[in-house]
Design a protein around this ligand. Sequence first.
Ligand code: GTB
Length: 215
Amino acid sequence: MTITITAFERSPDGGMGLARDTRVRWALEEVGQPYAVRLVSFAAMKEPEHLALHPFGQIPTYEEGDLSIFETGAIVFHIADKYPGLLPEAGDARARAITWMFAALNTVEPPILDLTTARIFEGDRPWRDERLPLVMDRIRARLDKLAVRLGDADWIDGAFSAGDLLMVSVLLRLRMSGMLDEYSTLAAYVARGEARPPYRRAFAAQLAINAPASN
Ligand code: GTB
């Protein structure tokens, strides 16, 4: 059955791989499933046709036969649940890997999203300079603990899993801020994720769409 995902017609990041379709592409590459991509403009995302797939008018979405789902975490979980390669087969190890998926999205990512909001979307607001250090401290509080838990391990809990895929994807959003460089083991963890051939393929596929045209 053909898998079709949606992605930005042109990502605002110009191909840095930060839009969330990269996470879904990466998961599909890890499990070796081919997929098609339907590109949508910002305007089209708010039209009824896309809203039927994604009630909040966003990307990514995922269609497979009669199934249509949205929310990156749910999509990555569906892929990991259905196809071998991203979650331990059963038992406690599987439950722990799923826990790390939620930890990435619910505990580590929110303050990182706040940083983008403070820097970019509220960059011209009078509270920006006061807010930024508070947000950065909230991020460091998470990274301190994450670095302790990771220690010198390659991955967060045994073999690479969907938990690592989401955690690395979340941490990648910090690269531009320089904050990742404060944590050498986390920076190495992210680099290990980026070095995986499935990530390289996912990154290249989105870059092919989003790279600024050269003259
Ligand atoms: N909770 C949802 C999920 O995890 O799937 C959030 C989905 C979401 O935020 N989608 C964004 C979107 O569609 C794209 S990924 N935005 C358009 C809109 O809301 O109208 C977020 C994103 C966008 C751009 C960059 N960038 O350019 O660096 C990075 C991340």
